[in-house]
Design a protein around this ligand. Sequence first.
Ligand code: NAD
Length: 438
Amino acid sequence: MKIAMLGTGYVGLVSGVCFSDFGHEVVCVDKDPRKIEMLKAGKVPIFEPGLDRLMATNVEAGRLTFTLDLAEALDGADAVFIAVGTPTRRGDGHADLTYVMAAAREIAGTAKDYIVVVTKSTVPVGTNRKVAQELAAANPDLQFDVASNPEFLREGAAIDDFMKPDRVVVGVQTERAAQVMAEIYRPLFLRDFPIVTTDLESAEMIKYAANAFLATKITFINEIAALCEKVGADVKQVSKGMGLDGRIGNKFLHAGPGYGGSCFPKDTKALARIGQEHASPMQITEAVIQINEEVKRRMVEKLRDLCDGSFNGKTVAVLGVTFKPNTDDMRDAPSLTIVPALVGGGARVRVTDPQGRHEGEALLPGVEWCADAYEAADKADVVVILTEWNEFRALDLERIAGGMVTPRMADLRNIYSEAVALGAGFAEYTSIGRGREA
Ligand code: NAD
């Protein structure tokens, strides 16, 4: 199969590289000349573990190329995947389809032969039909089918998720499109990964329902954590006891500073919006969105308490700013709420993150960037663990505490325990949902 991939972001690049690794011929296109230049030079514009090596192997094998020229990518292609961004539209929470629709028009203006136009971007129910209308209107002679193929990969584990998915969802209208999609995903089909074939609307809905459910699960445990603090329970023990129930499962049941990232915040808002538009309110999702904001605000208050009621004049070391470990993605990260509150409250903020600086510098004005946790914590009053990068999981806490002015720790990922922190010389330790420590 020959595949064109529109968009070389977190989803498009990983998908393109993995499809080429399946043995398909893949041409990745982007509008951003900087990205294409880097990719042509063998450099990966994002941080995703293992992607550089897999990309190099497939480029070397001649199956993977990069271009700014859509015509070159579409020439002879069996399918074109739209993997462009669908951010929250300013003002109303709806998914912004500007990039998807522009991509559809560009494809209509360029494609010559029958092609399957696959939407990989997360799009509201009904969008694939709109893409089909757009294609037909822009080029009435074009022979095409549309397909919905939402992506479920997680940044930081994207290659494994793509190569060993829990399922692949494919929404189609015609047998011809179903056959092309089956051929593209044959390597996974042969290895018994489930392929769920649906109509277009169900495929679109599966993606939003899955993400809203996961955001709900995280928010549920965050709310339980707040109650644990009041009643003297330990949320870590509670989630373990809950998660061992096979009907519940232990994933996405870790209390933290609120969900963030490029998907959950925007997808929950878009689902709420779709519900409102169809007079079928998504009340649980709407509550989740609101509670997640409260969770982030609660973190700020937790930190303020640890700073004796005021950030003014305090030095705060922040470990981790990306929305989760193993990515450089800062979109909607809790740090974007918490760090400005510290800076705005008059704290001196010293920040470190293994991959977040490149994106974070512009997003977090007024902070000092440090090489590692030890440098950040040097002469600080409070150290805050915001992202559970591996290198923050096994810190020499005695060394950290020894270099601080008044060693206090806010462990917003529950990596350590009060006993361990106090034993290492911290005067105070606070975490999430642990009213009483075992
Ligand atoms: P991204 O912002 O990282 O990448 C989008 C890319 O598309 C950019 O490089 C941009 O330059 C390019 N682009 C825009 N218009 C173009 C055009 N007309 N032609 C060629 N390139 C164009 O976005 P992302 O994080 O990869 O997300 C893409 C979609 O996948 C979104 O709908 C998102 O919701 C969904 N998704 C993301 C993830 C994730 O973890 N990031 C997971 C599952 C689904």
